[in-house]
Design a protein around this ligand. Structure first.
Ligand code: TXA
Ligand code: MG
Length: 334
């Protein structure tokens, strides 16, 4: 299969590109497109055969369910039933945006979408290209992040091409994504609702809207979100976490790996990491929101340079910083 790439304006996407992409979706094809979080790999949510291709293209385990993307809350009723009040309120305040709601699923929704759970995850993305495509297509579009399963999510079209070239039909290239990490997934079938994946919308903002959210045990998390058992976000290089502003700890780890013959890469924000070769280090912004924008790209770029290990400085665990740390910890799991 030849993967085509169509450039689109991210603020006012050209209608010919959007029509083309919608027609590929209608024909059972796979289309990667930008959202405000990361690029998604889209397929018609009513077409089981195509959805199977999504799992194959990504190498995604079948027990990791997909998010259905819709163009507005009005379409939620096509997939979900008995939407709890807190779910309605969150949708009202935060859609379109980086928030995914897990809701009771309608019977006709293909089991393959939800890993045979009795819930379905819905999101209205806040990106002109994604919204234009959903409106033109006039139906739900399943869209996992458009990367090979287990690796860093794609924040620009070249990342999608690198991972999925020849496996998908079309990439809409709308430039870099704004948030840089995925949406927050919240299960509103529980009361209080439970955050299953931290992401672009912080717990603090959710709690301002609906009050306290619940906590969950690892066992319950696996029941509600079985996909969390798998490897996520990890580059090919080993990832090692360094404390915030721990320049001494950093230097120790760098020299330890260096003396065992490893090529060391670094991602930091508060110090320069000058013991690491300049081509192998990335200094990002200290503001966690900007760190989030650049984090996956930095991992990918260091992988391209074939470093063996990436030492990453932590960010403060509040606001979107907690979501960044969650990804960093998963990427560092060996
Ligand atoms: O920002 C995002 O959410 C991006 C863009 C493309 O929208 N999509 C994304 O999809 O990150 P993916 O497939 O990489 O992650 C989907 C997450 C997984 O953690 C999955 O377990 C969870 O959503 N999920 C999907 N359906 C679920 C369900 N019915 N119950 C619980 N968790 C669900
Ligand atoms: Mg993903």
């Amino acid at each position: 299969m030849n993967t085509r790439i169509l450039e689109v304006s991210s603020s006012s996407p050209e209608s010919h590109a959007i029509e083309e992409a919608a027609s590929v979706l209608r024909g059972g094809g796979l289309v990667a497109f930008p959202t405000e979080t990361v690029y998604g790999l889209g397929a018609d949510a009513q077409n089981e055969k195509t959805i199977r291709k999504v799992f194959e293209a990504k190498g995604r385990p079948a027990d990791n369910p997909l998010i259905v993307h819709i163009d507005s809350f009005l379409q939620a009723g096509l997939f979900a039933r008995d939407i709890p009040e807190k779910g309605k309120k969150l949708a009202d305040i935060f859609w379109p945006g980086p928030l995914t709601l897990v809701l009771p699923k309608l019977k006709h929704v293909p089991g393959i979408i939800s890993a045979n759970l009795d819930t379905v995850a819905l999101r209205v993305p806040n990106h002109p290209v994604a919204l234009a495509l959903l409106k033109e297509f006039r139906g739900g579009v399943v869209a996992p992040s458009a990367n090979i399963s287990g690796g860093p999510s794609p924040t620009e079209a070249s990342h999608v091409v690198k991972d999925l070239d020849g496996r998908i039909d079309l990439v809409l290239d709308g430039g870099r994504t704004e948030i840089g990490i995925e949406s927050t997934v919240i299960d509103v079938t529980a009361d209080p609702p439970i955050i299953l994946r931290q992401g672009g919308l912080s717990r603090e903002r959710i709690e301002q809207a609906i009050g306290k959210v619940g906590t969950t045990t690892q066992e319950e998390l696996l029941k509600r979100s079985p996909g969390t058992r798998h490897k996520h976000y990890a580059p090919k290089a080993r990832v090692v976490i360094i404390g915030v502003r721990d320049e001494t700890g950093f230097a120790g780890e760098a020299s330890r790996f260096d003396s065992s013959g490893k090529i060391v890469g670094a991602i930091t924000h508060s110090f320069a990491a000058s013991s690491v070769k300049s081509e192998f280090r990335k200094k990002l912004a200290g503001d966690p929101a900007i760190f989030a924008q650049e984090f996956f790209r930095a991992l990918r770029e260091l992988d391209e340079k074939r470093v063996d290990v990436i030492l990453v400085e932590s960010v403060e665990e509040k606001g979107i910083g907690s979501a960044v740390m969650d990804r960093l910890k998963k990427a560092a799991q060996t």
